[in-house]
Unconditional design. Structure first.
Length: 554
């Protein structure tokens, strides 16, 4: 007879040992070094710190030190700080329902102590000197430091090697740690933050006003392409900055939501923001925004997630509508400032909803000047090939010139910028056209015209769109999108044939990058090289492109 499976065999119910309980709890609270940084900075802010310094080794895996100039911990209470469920933040259920501090469970330090070596040095204002506590030995010895607290965490996950194997590279873990501090910096512009890695200063945000902090943390570009809003609705106050729709991003990596100063991920609030953009942002584009929600603490429950990254709102619909209206007001004011009248349209609940923002152009503008009919035809024909059949194996060439006209190769130097762009685009389209036999051309229609899938170009609208005519009616093609599709198909073809040609740059193109972007470039260097891109890190905050695919001439 087969032995019973170990999972189905009857086992007695027993209490778990304290060490195992602590490690299970640590698994919920501490996922990576950034989790430790977040918890320790939370404690520093709760202590009234005006300056917080984070020092890291190996991305925080080998060492994390968080120093603050807060009130410090009395020596008699220091051993309690490392025990589970010991805290100075709350003392009753009533205080739990009105949490105003960043921490409140008393789990963080105890969880970290179970998976790392921890020591704390602290000094209060009335103490003659600081004291240092080693968590493993429990020894309390005199130390030297100013008023405040330093928490040192060494060798994270040293006793749980399986957890340590799941950590990423040092650069990636550093990027997550910097992002954790960045969120605190956005929520608390009145506090100075500094991040050091391997003895080198990588981020430094001085205390100042909210606008200066946004500029320092998110950059001048975000400040220029976003609009502020500040709305009070009953017990709610919604403030922040909403990015303009035309500067939306492919990723949602520039979206920050704070509830009572705590960074959270809340689906209700995120949906409210997205609803404000529904008329002006389509597809998978992601808006950039910074959102601060101030709400009475008894109307929000922050004790719903071990990492305190989620909240539960008592009246989620009220918050949703307040967020949507606040962001809509910022977008409407932006369109009004740009000269576009925000025609109101009633929404489901009767509140005004801004109309879509269209570029302000002359009424009835229909222009041939930026692109001649011949150039439009050539551009449209090549785009038609690509849209009609995905990456054709045997391409066919478009006519070089339409009857009665010659193809222009370039616009005059003093021409309108759109004319120069259109001429350059048409020239690039002609040069890249494959040559094949006439038999590969589309079948002729009655009247002798070629049956191009997207039709015959007859005009250009607003310097952006090509108006074409085919057997079924009128077709409008976005000229720039068509060009992007042409380049995209060439890149796909080169990657498929393993012949992606790369062109070195005489002068590398350097640009600012976040720590996460630098880590990504280093981790995927081989994949980028296969695409014809050589990207290296110049500094912790700058990347350099040293070669690019030859297909991307412009």
């Amino acid at each position: 007879m087969n032995a019973p499976h170990p999972l189905t065999a009857r086992r007695p119910i027993r209490e778990l040992p304290d060490e195992l309980i602590s490690q299970i709890a640590a698994g919920e609270v501490v996922e990576r070094p950034a989790s430790v940084v977040r918890e320790l900075v939370d404690n520093a802010l709760d202590a009234g710190a005006g300056e917080v310094t984070v020092r890291l080794l190996a991305g925080g895996v080998r060492a994390i030190v968080v120093e603050d100039d807060g009130c410090g911990i009395p020596p008699a209470e220091l051993p309690l700080a490392l025990k589970r469920h010991a805290t100075s933040k709350i003392a009753s259920l009533h205080e739990l329902e009105d949490v105003l501090t960043m921490g409140f469970r008393g789990e963080a330090l105890a969880a970290v102590c179970s998976i790392a070596e921890v020591s704390i040095s602290t000094r209060t204002a009335d103490a003659a000197h600081a004291v240092r506590l080693e968590a493993r030995s429990g020894e309390l010895v005199p130390a030297a430091r100013a008023v405040g607290t330093s928490v040192e965490v060494r060798e994270l996950f040293f006793n749980t090697p399986a957890r340590r194997k799941f950590l990423k590279t040092d650069a990636t873990e550093l990027a997550h740690c910097i992002e954790a501090v960045r969120r605190h910096a956005l929520a608390r512009p009145d506090v100075s933050f500094a991040v050091w890695h391997e003895g080198r200063l990588v981020e430094n945000w001085r205390a100042g006003d909210a606008e200066a902090r946004v500029r320092d943390v998110l950059g001048q570009d975000f400040l220029d392409h976003s609009r502020p809003f500040d709305t009070a609705v009953g017990p709610l106050r919604i403030s922040g900055r909403a990015g303009l729709p035309e500067h939306a991003r492919a990723r949602g990596d520039l979206q920050y939501t704070f509830v009572n100063g705590r960074h959270v991920r809340d689906k209700t609030i995120a949906h409210g923001v997205r609803a404000a953009y529904e008329d002006v942002l389509h597809g998978s584009r992601q808006p950039a925004y910074l959102l601060q929600v101030q709400i009475a603490p008894d109307r929000v429950d922050v004790n719903v997630h071990p990492a305190k990254s989620e909240v539960r709102l008592r009246d989620s619909r009220e918050v949703h509508q307040a967020v949507r209206r606040a962001v809509e007001s910022a977008l409407a004011a932006s369109r009004h400032a740009d000269g576009v009248a925000p025609a109101a349209e009633p929404s489901i609940d009767g509140s005004p909803r801004p109309a879509p923002a269209w570029p302000a152009r002359e009424a009835g503008e229909l222009r041939y000047g930026a692109l001649t009919p011949t150039q439009s035809a050539l551009a449209l024909q090549e785009a038609a090939v690509l849209f009609a059949q995905e990456a054709p194996a045997s391409g066919w060439a478009a006519p070089r010139a339409a009857p009665g006209g010659a193809v222009e190769t370039a616009a005059a130097p003093d021409a309108d910028p759109r004319e120069r762009l259109a001429a350059a685009y048409a020239s690039a389209a002609r040069e890249a056209q494959p040559q094949t036999s006439p038999a590969a051309l589309p079948a002729a229609r009655d009247g002798g015209e070629l049956a191009w899938p997207l039709g015959r170009a007859i005009a250009q609208i607003a310097g952006v769109y090509v108006l074409a005519e085919n057997a079924h009616g009128l077709v409008i093609v976005d000229m720039h999108a068509a060009h992007e599709r042409i380049v995209y198909e060439r890149l796909k073809s080169g990657l498929r044939d393993a012949r992606m040609e790369s062109q070195p740059l005489l002068i590398p193109a350097a640009f600012a990058a976040s720590a996460d972007e630098v880590a990504t470039a280093e981790a995927h260097a081989d994949s980028l090289a296969a695409l014809g891109l050589e990207i290296t890190a110049l500094t912790p905050t700058r990347l350099a492109v040293r070669s690019r695919p030859a297909a991307l001439q412009q």
